[in-house]
Design a protein. Sequence first.
Length: 260
Amino acid sequence: MTKLQIGAQLYSIRDRTQTAPAYRAALKELAQMGYRTCQVSGQSRDISFSEIRDMLDGAGLEAGATHVAFSDMVENFSKVVKNHRILGCAYPGIGAMPEKYRLSSEGYIAFAKEFGAIAERFQDEGMRLIYHNHNFEFERFEDVNKTGMDLLLEHAPKALQFELYVFWVQAAGASPVEWIRRVAGRMDVVHFKEMAYAPGLTVAMAPIGCGNMNWTDIMAACDDIGVKYAFIEQDNAVDTDSIECMRASIENLRGLGGRF
């Protein structure tokens, strides 16, 4: 069984988190499946963090991490800290960097320093800021012969942690296991998403265990570097039945030795 605890990224069930009654019912369903922790993301902004905490407590779930807008962290830092204290959550994160930083190596370096400064402020508050990648960070810039991820790792301060998204690492042609080991000491939270066959040059998302990623090696590498949480995300789960997709993922990962 893994040492890390696997949970649910609530963005996967965002079709069920837009009203408080639906959100409460969905959390209870996840808990009944065996989930004990989750990443708070994708809910209606009309639902307060106090309400979310009450719903999590009622379902017996912990908020292991979040995703928050970059603009909120820049413009409303104190409020973001307060909301995370309400949740009892030590890992605020963002889902992607603003597009303006993605265009050049200089942009990545600027983002690493600016976002890193915010990470240091969170560290002073007893929290660890996490950055969640996609595939675009693996673009290689000819002027430095490095990828965007290389530049983030090189120029961001140690206070900034990574929330490596293994699906997008693989989609970019890189090795998830290699990158997990590269961010050793700087990753307490990881994202799990399955990659499956799709016609042409596209990639498909699927419940964990219904595709072709090497979860045994991925989980072993995460355990080796001391990852605490892994959150399952399936963006397209809302196109079918999001709760049943999360059920399939937990059942398949349990069979591979995942701890919930």
